[in-house]
Ligand binder design. Structure first.
Ligand code: CMP
Length: 216
């Protein structure tokens, strides 16, 4: 628990309190943690694995809004504003979460300003990312959108050695294309082009960006 940034300001006794109000749950790949529009029952902290946050269009097509990595949290919106879940959450690899139900979660926010501040900062980041995504969809071409989406994921989840950032993205091409807001065919084309220019190398679900080759 000490490795979770949200709780980094807490002492051992306070961490014990968190453990006493939290439940640990394990989800296999493909399990849905909750659906969009359901009433929100709990706040989630991801200890291990990856969770896809997504919404669906009227004919069932998916739009991936975000990929949550270990140490990050989600599911706070409906507990804070009392409205239904704004999106669905699904495990895209075996995942372990801590859940805290609404009442103890709101108590936690009331008593620990550091936790409240952390959650507010996270909400700010999401709003900024969403504004950026709206900008990208409005003003940028497909190639730049794919590249910027990879850079966003790299900054959040990647590990950097020198000029190279490696990211493991447990999403298929359909999901990655929806996330960047481009057709799947455009995604494949752009990835191939980036590989030809040695900006990108990719293995199964793993992508390495060479920042030194990015200019231009
Ligand atoms: P909630 O609405 O309770 O349930 C869905 C959760 O997904 C939501 O809380 C947020 O934690 C998360 N979420 C919703 N939209 C986004 C987004 N655009 N980016 C990142 N996370 C999101």
């Amino acid at each position: 628990l000490k490795k979770v940034q949200l709780f980094e300001s807490l002492n051992d006794e306070q961490l014990q309190h968190i453990l006493s109000i939290a439940n640990k749950q394990i989800f296999s790949t493909g399990s849905v943690l909750f659906h969009e529009n359901e009433p929100g029952a709990a706040f989630y902290v991801l200890l291990k694995g990856s969770i896809k946050i997504f919404t669906r269009g009227s004919s069932g097509e998916e739009k991936v809004l975000s990929l949550i990595g270990a140490g990050e949290s989600f599911g706070e919106l409906s507990l804070i504003d009392g409205r239904p879940r704004s999106a669905s959450a699904q495990a895209v690899e075996p995942s372990t979460v801590l859940t805290v139900t609404a009442k103890p979660f709101l108590e936690l926010l009331r008593h620990h300003f550091d936790i409240t501040h952390h959650i507010m900062t996270e909400l700010c980041r999401r709003l900024r990312d969403t504004n950026q995504h709206v900008y990208d969809l409005t003003f940028l071409d497909a190639r730049t959108r794919v590249l910027k989406n990879l850079i966003l994921l790299a900054n959040r989840h990647g590990s950097r050695i020198g000029n190279k950032i490696t990211i493991r993205i447990p999403l298929n091409y359909d999901e990655l294309a929806q996330m960047a807001g481009v057709p799947k065919q455009a995604l494949s084309q752009v990835l191939r082009d980036l590989e030809d220019r040695l900006i990108l190398s990719s293995g199964s679900n793993e992508y390495t960006l060479d920042l030194s080759r990015l200019n231009g």
